[in-house]
Design a protein around this ligand. Structure first.
Ligand SMILES: Cc1cc2nc3c(=O)[nH]c(=O)nc-3n(C[C@H](O)[C@H](O)[C@H](O)COP(=O)(O)OP(=O)(O)OC[C@H]3O[C@@H](n4cnc5c(N)ncnc54)[C@H](O)[C@@H]3O)c2cc1C
Length: 408
């Protein structure tokens, strides 16, 4: 099998890259080890930066997002039983975010790729990337019980943190920067309308909690952007900080609701609506960057190259930023013969990635309670939150980071 761009992985990075290349007339083949149902139902991110939503629209993949997604103009910080709203457009010159789940982004991109794009093979596991430093990289893969090889001009690793592509970068070339956190997120989906119409980030002495939401599955109203679904029709997505290594099944639904109630408590009459928990999982927290993101004709994008803790809602958005830069570079090479943009791909992406790493780390340490936190650390956290609540400059810094750093 032969193509121009061989893409490993059909997560948001691989699917969007294939879509952008197809629109520009560049051939690709996508290899995905899992089946379609798994790719379309894996619960992960849910906040799209304005730039991400704009890219999906420009790629012709924004129609359902505009109908079913929810524009959010603010987030709430909750600490010391008080509530502070960060007004995103007022602080950023009009920028906002969209609540639209990663599962839905993937469904939209898969449908478009199967209808209009090049081959997308589910159940096709890439085994390695060979000859990355040569003119003809090769991707051996296993598909329908047979082994085959995908030959390409460029191989792109969009295969997530646990994929094979990164391993093809020689040890002497790779540089890894990493931090793990002593806590994780216990996430639940609950079949109840969200108790607040914007996301609530709560800092509490018992640990962090987040109130978020997802559009209801399978329900939508016809029409354009103005016909967005009302927030009351959404389901709740809630998270609790738990110690690293916690098993989701060890928390009963009642214990989860009790703990959420404690961490979200306020001095006013706000209260948390409870409902049936339909899904429970634990997400570890990690910061990770692999440099460089290019080795010869192998390029890395998305979680294959970097991970952020989910507090800043940046993972999916970074993946989108990478593939926009990469698609532009690959199309430029095809049209002009110049590899100039491919040569700067890694450095261009890493500037934005490190800003997102910094932002995600800052948000995480601002809101989570470390197991060894002292009373001094607690006071510092509260002082940082007070500063954001009382200073326009500090609020602007948070709002700019939250709505997204410019694409490279
Ligand atoms: C449990 C969890 C919860 C998260 N929650 C949030 C959140 O709330 N907010 C947020 O912003 N981000 C969140 N993230 C991060 C966000 O989901 C990722 O940043 C995003 O999925 C990155 O997209 P990607 O395409 O780079 O990688 P992925 O989505 O990981 O896709 C990689 C794809 O490659 C495939 N693959 C792997 N190996 C091979 C192989 N050898 N051959 C073929 N295919 C292969 C995988 O099956 C997968 O489909 C979360 C991540 C996880 C793991």
């Amino acid at each position: 099998m032969r193509t121009t761009v061989g893409i490993i992985g059909a997560g948001p990075a691989g699917l969007l890259l294939a879509r952008l290349l197809h629109r520009a007339g560049v051939d690709s083949v996508v290899l995905e080890s899992r089946d379609r149902a798994y790719v379309e139902h894996r619960q992960r991110a849910g906040i799209l930066e304005q730039g991400t939503a704009d890219v999906l629209r420009a790629a012709g993949a924004g129609e359902r997002m505009d109908r079913e997604g929810l524009r959010h103009d603010g987030i709430e910080l909750r600490f010391d039983r008080r509530r502070h709203r960060v007004d995103l457009p007022a602080l950023t010159g009009g920028r906002s975010v969209t609540v639209y789940a990663q599962t839905e982004v993937c469904k939209d991109l898969v449908a478009l790729q199967l209808k209009e794009g090049g081959p997308l093979l589910f159940g096709a596991e890439a085994l390695a990337v060979e000859g990355a430093a040569s003119d003809r990289p090769r991707i051996p893969f296993r598909y329908q019980g047979r082994e085959d090889v995908l030959e390409c001009d460029y191989a792109v690793g969009c295969d997530g943190f646990w994929g094979v592509a990164r391993q093809a970068v020689p040890a002497g070339v790779s540089r890894v920067y990493e931090r793990t956190y002593p806590y994780a997120w216990l996430g639940v989906l609950a079949d109840v309308a969200p108790s607040h119409d914007e996301l609530v980030y709560a800092r509490h002495e018992r640990g962090f909690a987040l109130l978020s939401m997802r559009p209801p599955a399978g329900r939508h109203r016809p029409g354009g952007e103005a016909a967005s679904l009302p927030v009351e029709s959404f389901v709740s997505r809630l998270y609790l900080q738990v110690p690293r290594g916690t098993e989701a099944g060890r928390w009963s639904d009642e214990e989860i609701w009790d703990e959420l109630e404690r961490r979200f408590e306020t001095d006013d009459d706000w209260h948390l609506e409870r409902g049936p928990v339909t899904r429970k999982s634990v997400t570890p927290m990690r910061s990770f960057v692999h440099e460089p993101m290019r080795h010869g004709r192998l390029l890395l994008a998305g979680d294959a190259a970097h991970i952020v803790p989910p507090t800043g809602a940046k993972g999916l958005n970074l993946a989108v930023g990478d593939v926009v830069t990469l698609a532009r570079a690959l199309v430029h090479e095809k049209e002009t013969g110049s590899a100039e943009l491919l040569d700067t791909y890694s450095a261009t992406c890493l500037r934005r990635i490190w800003q997102a790493e910094r932002f995600s780390h800052d948000m995480t340490t601002l809101l989570h309670r470390a197991p060894d936190a002292t009373a001094f650390d607690d006071r510092l956290q509260l002082a940082r939150l007070e500063r954001i609540a009382s200073s326009r400059a500090a609020g602007t810094d948070l709002a700019e980071g939250y709505t997204g750093f410019p694409l490279g």
